[in-house]
Ligand binder design. Structure first.
Ligand SMILES: NC(=O)c1ccc[n+]([C@@H]2O[C@H](COP(=O)([O-])OP(=O)(O)OC[C@H]3O[C@@H](n4cnc5c(N)ncnc54)[C@H](OP(=O)(O)O)[C@@H]3O)[C@@H](O)[C@H]2O)c1
Length: 244
């Protein structure tokens, strides 16, 4: 089996490539560093020759709706067009739990992920969508995103971070046991409030930034699974945070 990982050298793509290779699967890494551009199409046709499955773990620094939608939708369209020519049979996409739900739908980056899901769902190559909550290792970056003028503005809303390795295992499973047409969610074992999680994480890191609890819109409970999901077993590495 030959797998093309779109974004194969990223935070998710790189350990996923190692995991698949350890299972004896041939991996082609498709990132800018590999000379492949999924937006312009450069190098894509050659890289997809003989590929059975695409795993799409691309990302963009564009957080505005226009930039994110154009990147995520455009990359699905290009991967589908070239993938179809190459005979690709399965396209697995990593998305985020809750995008498109409640107030989360107003966030530009999430609108890009919604457009990505919609595009792959209606594309000609059978697709699997895996939605993960925030990675545990991503929480410090998330705190930075919530920092305004040195203060961390944290809503009193739920967050249920998952260990990245458990997301990688689920992606690898989707490759080896394909169930095209399925949509699966994964979250960590414990649910916290953003402000509690941010305070404990900063204290643990010796970071003295103030965390200010801001009004959490009751509707913004979107970033946790609503229905059935795979519950990871790896606990957040800082003990003692109140479970919500
Ligand atoms: N962070 C979280 O907590 C979280 C939670 C759930 C889901 N996700 C999703 O996980 C996915 C992967 O995130 P990540 O953190 O692994 O991203 P990342 O580390 O930023 O990696 C993104 C990859 O995309 C590649 N890329 C960007 N533009 C490209 C282009 N035009 N052509 C080809 N490759 C391009 C990059 O290639 P180069 O390295 O060569 O530039 C890089 O390999 C994202 O879609 C994100 O929404 C993240």
């Amino acid at each position: 089996m030959k797998v093309f990982i779109a974004g194969g050298r990223g935070r998710v793509g790189s350990p996923l490539a190692d995991t698949l290779e350890a299972k004896g699967i041939e991996v082609v890494s498709g990132g800018l560093e590999d000379g492949i551009d999924v937006i312009s199409g450069k190098g894509l046709a050659e890289a997809l020759a003989g590929v059975d499955t695409i795993v799409n773990v691309l990302n963009t620094p564009r957080f505005d709706a226009e930039g994110a939608i154009s990147f995520f939708e455009g990359s699905i369209n290009n991967l589908t067009a070239e993938g179809e020519r190459a005979g690709v049979r399965h396209h697995i996409v990593l998305s985020i739990v809750g995008v498109g739900e409640g107030d989360a739908s107003e966030i530009g980056y999430y609108l890009g992920k919604v457009a990505q899901e919609k595009a792959v769902r209606s594309a000609s190559i059978p697709a699997t969508i895996i939605r993960a909550t925030q990675f545990q290792s991503y929480i410090p970056a998330l705190i930075d995103q919530h920092t305004v003028d040195g203060k961390v503005l944290a809503p009193r809303t739920f967050i249920q971070p998952v260990e990245l390795a458990e997301v990688i295992d689920l992606l690898a499973e989707a490759v080896t046991t394909p169930k095209p047409g399925s949509e699966v969610e994964i979250a960590g074992p414990d649910r916290f409030y953003h402000d509690d999680l941010f305070r404990a994480t900063l204290a643990h890191r010796g970071d003295h930034r103030d965390v200010v609890t801001v009004d959490g819109n009751e509707l913004l409970e979107a970033m946790i699974p609503r229905g059935a999901y795979r519950r990871g077993t790896v606990r957040y590495p800082i003990p003692g945070i109140p479970i919500a």
